[in-house]
Design a protein around this ligand. Sequence first.
Ligand code: DGL
Length: 259
Amino acid sequence: MIGVYDSGLGGLSVWRELVKVMPFEDYIYFSDGGHCPYGRKPVDFIVERACKVTEFFIEKGVDLIVVACNTATAAAISYLREHYQMTFVGMEPALKPAALHSKSKVIGILATAGTFKGKLYQNTLAKYRDDVEVIEARGDGLVEAVESGELHSESTVSLLHKYIDPMMEKGADHIVLGCTHYPFLMEEIEKIVDGKAVIIDPAPPVSRHVYDLLYGGKSDVPSDRKGSTVFYSTCTTPYKADILERSCGQPLQWRYLSL
Ligand code: DGL
């Protein structure tokens, strides 16, 4: 069983890729919606939440945890790896592949404040900043837009323009989505980018990585089995995000809990 954790609904963009690659697995999806967004919260707070969720997953018997949140990965993954006997897979903005493939040598990164501040990102940036111009934009307001199912509203589209237009004006040929909520805004992002840049969603490579960790080199893949997912949330008000559910290809039945 695989545990998938995010501050909210964004990790569903990773979960849907995991299900594509491993439909035979059982999953527990955990949205910490009661504390979302994480973007500008203190590191200590996020570490504490990540530990609580990890212990919840351990109690449920998961074998591997995907921290499907760039912000929580930046804040907490080293701590989690040091303190729990568990395999953790985290998210990191795909700066490296964008830098390596860029021809214009200008790339754009859209992420939260917490992700930009994180060591993982800062170390990767230090390696590539001499080769490419990196235009960063903090996606303030976008997580909230996705949480409320406002994927196409005027205010969401104008925020996206505010963040992405300067990247396009400077000639970025790769736009990195450094937050797992943002792939749900892909339709609007694609309209703005208009085919002039590659948009990188890290969920597909992460799900292939999880497959390799669990089944790489094994012949006993239980491919004729149909897996299931249980969805938990700490949100106090039930989700109304129908549009998001449709982008996940199935209705999501949430179990609300306080943790
Ligand atoms: N999905 C989270 C991420 O990847 C959103 C963080 C937040 O809650 O601000 O960073």
